[in-house]
Ligand binder design. Structure first.
Ligand code: AQP
Length: 335
């Protein structure tokens, strides 16, 4: 049976949160048993917005530690740091020459992140999606587990791969990668505003559950999370009408594996206090062991360095093969 090649990445730009976990990292560990998996800490992406160097380094270690704490096994998956594998930047340049400006102009994430200030943003932020395409195509990855916010970038990756294959008459050279997006929990929303994505950059810490939050903090954040003036709705349709409530239900499903109808049969018509208290317990059970493990692993930088080094060596080896073929196809002179 042909194994799939899976690749995904997380930016080392701050404390990882429940959205990163449910939308992406939780699936990484699930996929590693049956597929060839590569998971990278995408520091080249991180610097598209200025990062304090000390924080960037610390966040890179922390993200690596979070991968391990979430069950990614370095014996089964390749865990590495993007900047330690030069092929990412090299292929990104080539793909910049394939990707059309009009395609990049349609990317909603750039518009969201730049707002009215796009002229002042780094050109790296604008071409971020071609670097992401390079991350994926450098290993000819076929499946990419991501949150739904990355779906458009995945579609662009497919367009770039297709255009490369067509332009250079290299049919099927790059596979067209598929996103792997979990239904219901592909977009975890802010605890304060059910219409905004839970994100590291939200100024309010109460908008998110961080993987490093302790029990008391989780209880406080869930208690304060926005719901509705009414009691808990009695049907799926009613839940979906209130984004904040729908979000809490999705989170509950994501951390427990219970279905929405199981939750409804337990809580429908009640006030929110039992629901919130049980949700906090479920979150504490899931999140706190991860946070504790991250803290423990952060005491052992030698081990984290070793994981990153070994992963980078393996990723370099794999990527060199694809990059060599790309150079050949393009017509670069061989040494
Ligand atoms: N709220 C979310 N729900 C579901 N999935 C999410 N992801 C991020 N937020 C959510 C997924 O997590 C993976 C890694 O994301 P990232 O850290 O590389 O970048 P991001 O999407 O920019 O994360 P943030 O927290 O939103 O960062 P800021 O605030 O800096 O923009 C990706 O697969 C992403 O889909």
């Amino acid at each position: 049976m042909n194994k799939k090649t899976v690749l995904s990445g997380v930016q080392p730009t701050g404390d990882l949160h429940l959205g990163n976990y449910l939308g992406a990292i939780k699936n990484f560990a699930k996929m590693q048993n049956e597929n060839d998996c590569l998971f990278c800490v995408v520091d080249l992406h991180a610097i598209t917005i200025f990062q304090d160097p000390l924080e960037l380094r610390n966040n890179t270690y922390e993200t690596t530690a979070a991968y391990l704490a979430c069950g990614i096994d370095p014996k089964k998956s390749i865990i590495f740091n993007q900047s330690q594998v030069p092929g990412h930047a090299e292929l990104a340049w080539i793909l910049n020459c394939i990707c059309r400006v009009g395609w990049l102009n349609r990317m909603t994430q750039f518009k969201e992140k730049s707002g009215k200030n796009s002229e002042n943003m780094s050109s790296g932020l604008f071409t971020y999606p071609t670097l992401m395409a390079a991350d994926i195509l450098l290993y000819k990855a076929t499946h990419v587990p991501v949150g739904s916010d990355q779906k458009q970038h995945l579609e662009l990756t497919r367009d770039i791969a297709q255009k490369f294959n067509n332009d250079y008459k290299s049919e099927n050279f790059f596979p067209l990668p598929e996103p792997y997006i979990e239904k219901d929990i592909s977009r975890v929303m802010s605890l304060r505003d059910g219409n905004s994505k839970m994100s590291k950059s939200d100024p309010s810490d109460y908008s998110r559950i961080n993987l490093k939050d302790d029990q008391d903090t989780i209880v406080k954040k869930i208690k304060k999370s926005k719901t509705a003036d009414t009691t808990i709705p009695i049907s799926d349709d009613q839940i979906n009408k209130i984004p904040e409530v729908s979000n809490l239900f999705n989170i509950f499903v994501g951390v427990t594996g219970l279905t929405k109808s199981e939750l409804l049969s337990k809580y429908a018509g009640q006030n929110f206090s039992n629901f919130k208290s049980d949700l906090s317990d479920a979150l504490i059970e899931k999140v706190c062991p991860i946070g504790n493990e991250v803290t423990k692993l952060m005491q052992d930088k030698k081990y984290l360095n070793q994981i990153m080094y070994e992963g980078a060596m393996k990723a370099r080896e794999k990527s060199a093969i694809v990059l060599k073929d790309v150079y050949d196809i393009i017509g670069f002179v061989k040494q």
